[in-house]
Design a protein around this ligand. Structure first.
Ligand SMILES: *Cc1c(COP(=O)(O)O)cnc(C)c1O
Length: 485
């Protein structure tokens, strides 16, 4: 028997592994000094990489070249999401325990599609979703014998599977496919529209067809009375309202839809809650009020990979009726049959998601919750919320600026005062200047004016693992300086 050439032996793996962990530890140390937003031009890395894979593998010393390339080719092409000056979009927070969980998951190389393909992968996930669900105050029906939690790759996948389960349930109750209608607010995340497009409810992002965009109130939260009217009109026309997606913490401004009121008017429809970003805050008692009425929801999703120190990807999805989900997604060819599945006594997570295969992602959640404890996680959230309040006071104290929406979490939406196209342009220019500085990276959104046009708004989303007060202060100084230039 011969060993395949080039196999990485135990000693080499150990040495390179230590070196890589050292590299990451150093990266986290120096990331603050790197320009947050990558300055690489389109095609720059493509030109620096050979067009073909190497014919021969690396020898013993060859990994030096890989580490050198990492430094000279990859790092310049990174936008540093882990930089303490990263305030764009929503955070995508990595942490030591989560990265160790990812490493272990890769090392174990387990594919947990069925309970039988690694019982520990399934049962650790079941338990972690109970820990997490209890930590944010979800009622036990979401992890009792009928409900259950699972880790999805993203909130986008979660809303799609919820939509498919809802459709399955409505059809089973006798609805005609062409009569089905879904609802979400005009401020809902684009993934809701995308799910509707994939599911064939609408042809494009304008919605129409079988997806209705419900108007929002002055604070950008869904107007429950408008939802009630839309549902009544559709029913009167013989249609079947089957799915409502509420948002707790919208992407543009972190507006919170009135969950209880929506639950009261959505009738038979499946109520999905998209709390992708803000769900994390519910580990703190003072942010629990937004969950009022959640017992009526059929599914609830939030992303530990956004603000809960769990490296991408990790989106938690709970359903109150696991059977509805499984019935809509289960297909069992002979080659996947096994005694444990047939017994009905175990969860096969392949039936809870779009793909068959799945990674052992519960490990990183386990490590994160054990390392920080719920107390540590709450402190993490409160730290960022306090920094956001601090930033908001800077904005409020400067007469040139205005806050444009409430800031219940750690996102501050603001802009230079004035409400015309010229002010939009000045805000756009200000953002470009700040982001070009390298110190901070903010993003923007558009908020609707009464006349239907879009107001350009700056978003300061605080939540990177390494962000401290001085980084927030530096970002504000940079904004003010950019204005002076
Ligand atoms: C970020 C976000 C999403 C999408 O999250 P993915 O996990 O990237 O799919 C969905 N909804 C809201 C409200 C978000 O903020």
């Amino acid at each position: 028997m011969t060993t395949p050439p080039g196999r990485m032996d135990k000693e080499q793996f150990r040495a390179l592994g230590h070196r890589m962990v050292d590299w990451i530890a150093e990266y986290w140390q120096r990331v603050e000094s790197l320009p947050v937003l990558s300055r690489q031009a389109p095609g720059e890395l493509l030109r620096a990489l050979p067009a073909q894979a190497p014919e021969t593998g690396l020898g013993d010393e060859g990994w030096d070249a890989v580490f050198a390339d990492l430094e000279t080719k990859i790092v310049p092409g990174l936008t540093h999401w882990q930089s303490p000056g990263f305030f764009a979009y929503f955070p995508c927070s990595a942490s030591g325990p989560a990265v160790l969980g990812e490493l272990l998951s890769a090392g174990l190389g387990v594919q947990g599609m069925l309970w039988a393909t690694s019982p520990a992968a399934t049962e650790l996930e079941e338990r972690m979703l109970e820990w997490l669900g209890r930590a944010i105050g979800l009622p036990a029906t979401f992890f009792g014998p009928l409900g259950g939690g699972s880790i999805q790759g993203t909130a986008s996948e979660a809303v799609l599977v919820a939509l498919v389960a809802a459709r399955h349930r409505a059809l089973a109750r006798g609805a005609a496919p062409e009569a089905l209608v879904a609802y979400t607010s005009t401020q809902a995340h684009s993934s809701v529209v995308k799910a509707a497009m994939i599911a064939g409810l609408c042809r494009d992002a304008s919605g129409n067809d079988a997806l209705r965009f419900v108007p929002v109130d002055a604070h950008y939260a869904m107007d429950a009375a408008a939802l009630a009217r839309a549902i009544a009109a559709d029913r009167a026309a013989g249609r079947v309202p089957f799915f409502v997606c509420a948002t707790l913490g919208t992407t543009s401004t972190t507006a919170v839809d009135p969950l209880r009121a929506l639950g009261e008017v959505c009738g038979e429809a499946w109520l999905h809650v998209d709390a992708a970003y803000a769900g994390t805050a519910a580990i703190c008692e003072e942010h629990r009020a937004m969950l009022d009425g959640v017992a009526r929801a059929d599914s609830f999703c939030f992303n530990p990979h956004k603000w809960l120190l769990t490296s991408f990807d990790c989106s938690a999805l709970w359903v109150r009726d696991r059977k509805a989900l499984i019935d809509s997604l289960s297909v069992t060819p002979e080659y996947l049959r096994n005694r444990a599945s047939d017994s009905g006594a175990v969860i096969d997570y392949r039936d809870w998601q779009i793909p068959l295969g799945r990674r052992f992602r519960a490990l990183k959640l386990w490590f994160v919750m054990r390392h920080y404890g719920l107390e540590g996680l709450r402190a993490h959230v409160r730290h960022h919320v306090a920094l956001a309040r601090r930033f908001a006071t800077f904005v409020a104290a400067d007469p040139r600026f205005e806050l444009v929406a409430p800031s219940p979490f750690a996102l501050v939406c603001f802009r230079l005062r004035g409400d015309d196209a010229a002010t939009d342009a000045r805000n756009r220019e200000l953002l470009a200047n700040v982001n070009a500085s390298g110190t901070a990276y903010l993003s923007h959104t558009g908020l609707p004016r009464a006349d239907g046009s879009s107001r350009f708004v700056l978003r300061m989303a605080i939540g990177a693992t390494l962000t401290e007060e001085r980084h927030v202060d530096a970002a504000w100084r940079r904004i003010v300086e950019a204005l002076a230039n």
